[in-house]
Design a protein around this ligand. Structure first.
Ligand code: MF3
Ligand code: CO
Length: 332
């Protein structure tokens, strides 16, 4: 991401967050459609077309296309590519690959941004550069770190409480490299806004979070050293050492009722529930997986996005036509 320094952090009204929720849901749908199409033999250009169709059929606009000249709807980053891979008809997925798909949609001028990493199945049991369970653990560590970060998106916390929670979760999960040269970002009336959201660091620093802010949190983990290199296409970011990478991202709204994950269909309820100690949500731990020492999830505080918040946002969205809402809330 690129940022202009010293821009103030945009604070959205509830009506504006309701429109961002719409953008988030379109983003989620496009990402889901593209991820569902991942299989050996499909090209990343085909995945791009699937996401593009989903966004346009929702009456939304792709957020990435044209951004500083970026040519596509998604970023598709395969194996040692970390982020910002450009979809390409010549890049055909093979069983055992992992791919980060990153997508953004705009509704009424408001942005959503989300990413996930999946493995291309059926994963060969052996013969690849990494064992399948090693890759699976990488992906789950990255996603879990994202959710630990999202859980800190609460009014009164400070920005690096998020960063610290992400780093802690990564350290608890294993020996992964955390990419430092790219970060998450504020988001709203533009895709990339203040503040930058690092994925590591001491807690308790940076701006105090207030209701109405929205952030895109996006940890990038690697199996080797975290230093990066950009390819000659000017976009694709790869690991300098060729090790493989995972990337997960959600857009979250900070509200008085806790974090609302705008790019998750359920607003984040499932993702936060999976963080609770003892939760077996998601896949069972594979045998031999080190059991994580009880990470103090959410610091014992009920910061889960509850239904009421989501219902409020949904209601605001249906009450007001997008353009009415924008007019009513002009001049942020
Ligand atoms: N989630 C990515 C980021 O914030 C999206 C980049 S879109 C691109 O960096 F157009 F810049 F590639
Ligand atoms: Co982003």
């Amino acid at each position: 991401m690129r940022l202009r320094r010293d821009d103030p952090i945009e604070v959205k009204s509830p009506a504006q967050l309701a429109i961002m929720r719409e953008a988030g849901l379109v983003t989620a749908a496009a990402l889901r459609a593209a991820a569902a199409a991942v299989e050996p033999g499909i090209s990343t250009a085909e995945l791009d077309a699937i996401a593009a169709r989903e966004i346009s059929s929702a009456g939304a606009l792709p957020s990435f296309k044209g951004y500083h000249g970026y040519p596509a709807t998604i970023c598709a980053s395969v194996n040692d590519q970390i982020v910002h891979g450009i979809p390409d008809a010549a890049q055909v997925l093979a069983a055992g690959d992992i791919i980060s798909i990153d997508c953004g949609a705009i509704v009424g001028g408001w942005h959503g941004d989300a990413a996930l990493t999946v493995s291309v199945g059926p994963v060969p049991a052996a013969g690849g550069r990494y064992r399948p369970d090693e890759l699976d653990s990488l992906l789950r560590a990255c996603e879990r770190a994202l959710w630990q970060g999202l859980a800190q998106a609460v009014p009164g916390r400070r920005l690096t409480d998020i960063s610290h929670a992400v780093e802690r979760a990564v350290r608890a999960a294993g020996r992964y490299g955390i990419v430092r040269e790219y970060t998450g970002h504020g988001i709203g009336s533009q895709m990339h806004m203040e503040p930058a959201v690092p994925n590591h660091g001491r807690a308790g620093r940076g701006p105090v979070l207030v209701a109405g802010m929205a952030l895109a949190i996006e940890p990038m983990l690697v199996l080797g050293e975290p230093s990066t290199r950009r390819l000659d296409d000017g976009w694709t970011v790869v690991t300098a050492d060729g090790s493989w990478a995972a990337h997960f991202e959600h857009t979250v709204a900070i509200t008085d009722d806790g974090p609302v994950v705008l790019t998750a269909d359920d607003g984040g309820a499932g993702g936060f529930a999976a963080l609770r100690p003892g939760s077996r949500a998601g896949k069972p731990e594979p045998a031999g997986e080190p059991v994580l020492a009880g990470e103090p999830v959410l610091a014992g505080e009920p910061v889960l996005a509850g239904e009421p918040v989501l219902a409020g946002l949904e209601a605001a969205a249906t009450r007001q036509h997008v353009s009415d809402a924008l007019e009513a809330t002009d001049g942020i």
